[in-house]
Design a protein around this ligand. Structure first.
Ligand code: AP5
Ligand code: MG
Length: 210
């Protein structure tokens, strides 16, 4: 199954992508994670992307379209994939269509803006293996340490409150119109994000079967 996860920053795309990845054994592809890895490795693309990400703006379409084109051509995508954080603009969605990529379902996770801030301010991430935690909702066994690989957890720069507001504005202006785009294709499924991760996961799994 070829899937897209849509939703505001902090709606829980990454969290649900992991669950679907386990359930269906298909790779979860996050443009955000790929860009952060490029920044950590100091590549040319990473340097270019950093200022946009830190300001809560979108990285230019041609950069992320290039990333996705390359990634979807890898062998592990043959039996399906989950796109987390792509497309984020209408031109990105059109590029996917032009690549001839058939999308089976788009799951849009809806969380009101006022709930986003606390989710993101409590988020901690492992830069080594990509695992994410939350100080309140998904605490690691040892505070500040990754359960998976033992690395020190950090807070993402763009999870600071002022940047979160910019990210939300960017989302409403540029990404939300995609709901209409996929609704018209008849493949949009809406999931109301719940207080507990497992409750959202139950609804997400249901949306895979409807
Ligand atoms: P990206 O990394 O994709 O960030 P984002 O979309 O802003 O999404 P987040 O990762 O913040 O949220 P999420 O929905 O994955 O939530 P999560 O599961 O972690 O992109 C970062 C930047 O890269 C962008 O701003 C942009 O600059 C650039 N970029 C990336 N893709 C791009 C593209 N295609 N085009 C252009 N630029 C691009 O959950 C959030 C928190 O909430 C966690 O702490 C989690 O534990 C908690 N949580 C999750 N679910 C629940 C729940 N049900 N109840 C309580 N807490 C929960
Ligand atoms: Mg994410």
């Amino acid at each position: 199954m070829n899937l897209i996860l849509l939703g505001a920053p902090g709606a829980g795309k990454g969290t649900q992508a992991e669950k679907i990845c386990e359930k269906l054994s298909i790779p979860a592809i996050s443009t955000g994670n790929i860009l952060r890895e490029a920044i950590a490795n100091g590549t040319e693309m990473g340097l270019k992307a950093k200022s946009f990400i830190d300001a809560g703006k979108l990285v230019p379409d041609e950069v992320v379209i290039g990333i996705i084109n390359e990634r979807l051509n890898k062998d592990d995508c043959r039996n399906g994939f989950i796109l987390d954080g792509f497309p984020r603009t209408i031109p990105q969605a059109e590029a996917l269509d032009e690549m001839g990529v058939q999308i089976d379902r788009v799951i849009d996770i809806e969380v009101p803006d006022e709930k986003i801030a606390s989710r993101l301010s409590g988020r901690r991430v492992c830069l080594k293996c990509g695992a994410t935690y939350h100080t309140e909702f998904k605490a690691p066994v040892t505070e500040g340490i990754c359960d998976v690989c033992g690395e020190k957890l950090v807070q993402r720069k763009d999870d600071m409150p002022e940047t979160v507001l910019d990210r939300l504005n960017t989302y409403h202006e540029q990404t939300e119109p995609l709901k209409d785009y996929y609704e018209k294709k008849g493949i949009l499924h809406i999931v109301e994000g719940q207080e507990k991760v497992e409750d959202t996961t139950a609804l997400t799994f249901k949306a895979l079967e409807d």
